[in-house]
Design a protein around this ligand. Structure first.
Ligand SMILES: Cc1cc2nc3c(=O)[nH]c(=O)nc-3n(C[C@H](O)[C@H](O)[C@H](O)COP(=O)(O)O)c2cc1C
Length: 223
């Protein structure tokens, strides 16, 4: 009877210890798996953060054509092309530390009641809720320096102001000496806040302007 009780006691002790060991080993394995998972997650994060988010609008015109040329020149494997539309959320910017934003100036809302909002008309107000801290941003803007000399690439200026207001670091300022215009909201400290392009009347100058600008922003955007 006593022997049986001893057997039962030690048997239970050994069994519980073995079970605890198994649980302990399982927990260790789980910890290793979790660490590996975290490593993979971090490398995916690093991969995305190193990519450049090129957000642009509108579609089908010069702004989109230039977006594609920029992606081609930088390397398509380094750039995500994102067309901004009414559904674009501020969260879409989150994965990117490095951004290129393309915008055209079409000031129709000033004189055309029929004007229908597109792309940046929806997204720009949403940027009030964006945080650009630790983000490096380069801008390009489409305009027409002859027909709209008093408002040349104004929209790029409005976008640039917003980025600065929200803590972003603008790069790729451009000397206005090689442009003819009367006034532009995109000028700050005697420089354009980004690259103005006039595909309507100076198409022949765009390639050289683009190449020089890309050289300027290469290091800061890390491509
Ligand atoms: C109705 C209208 C208004 C425009 N207003 C301006 C303007 O205020 N400032 C400017 O620099 N360009 C202005 N432009 C020129 C456009 O920015 C230019 O054509 C640009 O390439 C359009 O971009 P997209 O082809 O991507 O649509 C205007 C063009 C149109 C058709």
């Amino acid at each position: 009877m006593l022997l049986n009780m001893f057997k039962l006691f030690f048997g239970t002790l050994i069994y519980t210890n073995l079970a605890s060991l198994k649980i302990y080993q399982k927990l260790n394995q789980l910890q290793v798996d979790f660490n590996n998972f975290q490593c993979k997650l971090n490398s995916i994060k690093r991969y995305i953060m190193n990519r450049i988010g090129l957000f642009y609008a509108p579609a089908k015109g010069s702004t989109e054509r230039i977006a594609k040329i920029i992606a081609e020149k930088i390397g398509k494997d380094k750039v995500d092309l994102i067309l901004v539309d009414e559904n674009t959320l501020v969260d879409a910017l989150k994965p990117y530390d490095k951004l290129i934003l393309g915008i055209s100036t079409v000031g129709r809302e000033n004189w055309d009641a029929e004007y229908k909002k597109v792309g940046w008309d929806f997204f720009l107000p949403k940027l009030d809720n964006a945080d650009f801290t630790n983000k490096t941003v380069a801008l390009y803007g489409l305009g027409n320096h002859i027909l709209y000399a008093d408002y040349f690439v104004d929209a790029m200026g409005e976008l640039g102001q917003k980025i600065i207001e929200k803590g972003g670091k603008l790069v790729g300022f451009v000397n206005p000496d090689n442009y003819e215009f009367n006034h532009s909201k995109a000028i700050i400290n005697n420089k354009f806040m980004g690259l103005p392009l006039d595909e309507d009347t100076q198409e022949d100058l765009s390639q050289e302007r683009l190449n020089n600008w890309l050289k300027d922003i290469k290091t800061e955007l890390g491509f």
